[in-house]
Ligand binder design. Sequence first.
Ligand code: PLP
Length: 403
Amino acid sequence: MDIKFSPPDITELEINEVTEALKSGWITTGPRTKKLEERISSYIGTEKTVCLNSATAAMELTLRILGVGPGDEVITSAYTYTATASVITHVGATPVLVDTDGMTFEMDYDKMAEAITEKTKVIMPVDIGGRVCDYKRIEEIIQEKSYLFNPQSDIQGKFNRIIVLADSAHGFGAKMNGVRSGLHADFTTFSFHAVKNLTTAEGGAVTWKNIDGVDNEALYKEYMLASLHGQSKDALAKTKLGAWEYDIIYPAYKCNMTDICAAIGLKQLERYEALLARRKEIIQMYDEAFVPMGLKPLSHFDECSESSGHLYLLRIPGFDVEHRNDVIAKLAEAGIASNVHYKPLPMLTAYKNLGFDISRYPNAYAMYENEITLPLHTLLTNEEINYIIARLKEIVEGTKNCA
Ligand SMILES: Cc1ncc(COP(=O)(O)O)c(C=O)c1O
């Protein structure tokens, strides 16, 4: 067996649409990117979406557009991928990392509340594995602490409270209490990286809920400027006959999505409901096998959560890092790729150098030390899933008996 962790699910539909884009004479940001933005907005139910070259760019531009910078604090989880926190440092603000709650992969919301100061401008919850966080609780805490908020930009003044920027890199299509990711936080970012549920090879998007006193079209234009050098006309507008002249409003960034990438995304979106349904089936097969053994998967589907089923995070109670790594090595010998999500940020050099210390994040460490992420993708056959289940059972039982 050779079971990959998360290969892209690409069909003739995507290939044909990419070919059409290539033949169309327009391959960078243009009609297909705009169409993908519109389709994503109508899928979620927001008015505007901006497609960019990554979720990282979507988060960073959002922080910049919100006017977050030096002297500000942004709160996020210690249990995430570096991108969530690195963008905070890119804009010159200070990341404040909060431990998980000991039961789930989400931030401890009481500790999150304690971390809020008069410098806090944004909170970035992470919808790990595709399960939408408890945004209701986050909202309540922000309201309770609104007296501390000190707006430093026009748009911050419109909110007059801490702004919620969701890292829903994993959560495209997920629902909590029947409400789709994109309609919970003030701003929500998604990743369309090659391993994600819906891919554009590399890519990401940001969408937002309407903000009192803010014109959506004007906000959209701010993203366009920020993502394309601060240039007053995009490349397509500049190619109109005789319309060469442009201005540079400020020296901005370069992180636009190309129409070739959007072509893949358009066809993936057409197939997306079926892809989500298959992910759910696979998760149910895994859960039925592993829960009776006492293993603890991330709860994707329950009375409130309808996850996007991005990652199958599984904890093996009683195992430490050494035993967990041994399981990963044995799965590899059996031809099964697996992974760990995540090594908490305070264990990584960059964040140690910023002064973070894992001893202050005991819950995140406890989640990490016995976590293993199994293959979960729509090219898996039932035979492969049953093979993974059988091997993991053998390996876990074998390791337990030796321990
Ligand atoms: C939780 C999380 N946030 C952000 C990102 C960054 O996404 P992108 O690669 O599209 O920038 C990732 C990528 O894997 C991620 O897992």
